[in-house]
Write a protein that binds this ligand. Structure first.
Ligand code: SF4
Ligand code: SF4
Length: 72
């Protein structure tokens, strides 16, 4: 059976503004599909795994995350 992700903003994915990110890890903790990986000072978002729920955007204390169009 095909799995269909529930997307609150379809065709968008979370993107990080690296200059603002302070690597607190809050976004990693709230991401349901675990699409965010934080390794030392490198935050990586798997846009294939991202379900566009927006939780990470809401939790980021420095507003470093936003939803943007998916790369084609
Ligand atoms: S929008 Fe949701 S699924 Fe995508 S990276 Fe943020 S918390 Fe994870
Ligand atoms: S919540 Fe914001 S500041 Fe914290 S690691 Fe994620 S993007 Fe960086």
């Amino acid at each position: 059976m095909l799995k269909t992700a529930v997307r609150s903003r379809p065709n968008t994915t979370a993107v990080v503004e690296r200059e603002l990110c302070c690597y607190c890890g809050a976004c990693v903790a709230v991401c349901p599909p675990q699409a965010i990986l934080l390794l030392d000072a490198h935050l990586q978002i798997d846009d294939e795994a991202c379900t566009s729920c927006g939780r990470c955007v809401r939790v980021c204390p420095v507003h470093a995350l936003s939803m943007a169009g998916r790369p084609r």
